[in-house]
Design a protein around this ligand. Structure first.
Ligand SMILES: Cc1ncc(COP(=O)(O)O)c(C=O)c1O
Length: 341
């Protein structure tokens, strides 16, 4: 099976496994895991932040960020299809007593002008607007990439209005590779940044929340509260350090493979790429015409040895990653072309 459902399906390579088993470990709740300490230091420095916190998942990282920036009755401004709003099980409301004010973007991306008039009045009847959260690359938007200029505009606007800023950078690595813009530039435009090692970078587990020392100290308490404090998790952090050394630049291969898959999608009548131009490793498309539903198409592809994710009645996502080769993507493209016949 050629598994294009998600970039989270990857299994650790022999090199990564070796790094994991060689990792020095200790009890991280005591602050004594040297590999986690190194990963937190290194990732924070990379993004120009003072401190980092290793957490089990991107969801936990984002939800800790919401909690440390906001208090109950506060509101987040974020794009309508952002992961925090759409796919984190209502965490902002359930864990932090916070509402989300959604803003429709262009394939997940917003501009400074989209925020005009979105700050609530200082009135006891209203929630307090507190946080702006952006996602780069944007998953549901189609793996779309922000320009640093667009983010800078939004970030400056937020800061001048006393709002905190958070980046859901689960796939910021892909944005770095496509644009050539280094981590530091992206990182410094936000108060906190969440990064994932378990997507394009191919580790089995792990995310990090980055930010100023005082906020990350607060985040450490919230991680404990949310049940995410781990013990000898340096074995996992070892995989993340290995991924930072070996798996960032190669994301360009995933992007080239995604273009190959997207080309095939674009040739099939009844399939529409959303957006038409694929920039990173996520290929989203809609099913129409005589092809039936997303599930029908996914089942036909499965019969040809290709797994894709049907993520709506008419919506499919195909994702390239570390565990699919160019040759497999050529085969997947052929299976997609067959849908036309
Ligand atoms: C943009 C984005 N943010 C956050 C997450 C959450 O990551 P996790 O699955 O590790 O909780 C995902 C997961 O796919 C994602 O795509």
């Amino acid at each position: 099976m050629i598994d294009l459902r998600s970039d989270t399906v990857t299994k650790p390579t022999p090199g990564m496994l070796a790094a994991m088993s060689a990792a020095a470990v200790g009890d991280d709740v005591f602050g004594e895991d040297p590999t986690i300490n190194e990963l937190e230091r290194r990732t924070a420095a990379m993004f120009g932040h003072e401190a980092g916190l290793f957490v089990p998942s991107g969801t936990m990282s984002n939800q800790i960020a919401v909690r440390i920036h906001c208090r109950p009755q506060d509101e987040i401004l974020l794009e309508t299809t952002s992961h925090i709003y759409l796919w984190e099980a209502g965490g902002a409301a359930a864990l932090s007593g916070v509402t989300c004010r959604t803003i429709d973007g262009q394939f997940g991306l917003l501009n400074e002008s989209d925020f005009a008039g979105k700050i609530r009045p200082n009135d006891m009847h209203a929630v307090r607007t507190r946080l702006v959260s952006l996602e780069n690359t944007h998953n549901r938007g189609g793996g779309t990439v922000y320009s640093p200029e667009a983010i800078n505009g939004i970030s400056k606007w937020a800061r001048s209005n006393g709002l905190a800023t958070h980046l859901d950078g689960a796939r910021i690595w892909n944005a770095m590779v496509v644009t050539g813009v280094p981590a530091k530039i992206w990182g410094q435009m936000f108060d906190t940044v969440s990064v994932c090692f378990s997507k394009g970078l191919g580790t089995p587990v792990g995310s990090a929340l980055l930010g100023p020392k005082d906020l990350i100290a607060h985040a450490r308490r919230i991680r404990k509260l949310f049940g995410g404090a781990m013990r000898q998790a340096g074995f996992l952090a070892g995989a993340c350090l290995y991924a930072l050394d070996h798996n960032i630049d190669r994301l360009a291969e995933d992007h080239a493979n995604a273009k190959l898959v997207a080309e095939a999608v674009g040739e099939v009548p009844g399939l529409t790429l959303t957006p038409a131009k694929v920039e990173t490793n996520l290929v989203w498309f809609e099913v129409g015409g005589k092809l039936g539903t997303a599930k029908d198409v996914a089942n036909r592809l499965k019969a040809d040895g290709v797994l894709v994710a049907a993520l709506g009645e008419k919506v499919i996502r195909a994702v390239t990653h570390l565990d699919v080769t160019r040759e497999q993507c050529v085969k997947a493209a052929a299976a997609i072309r067959k849908l036309a016949g």
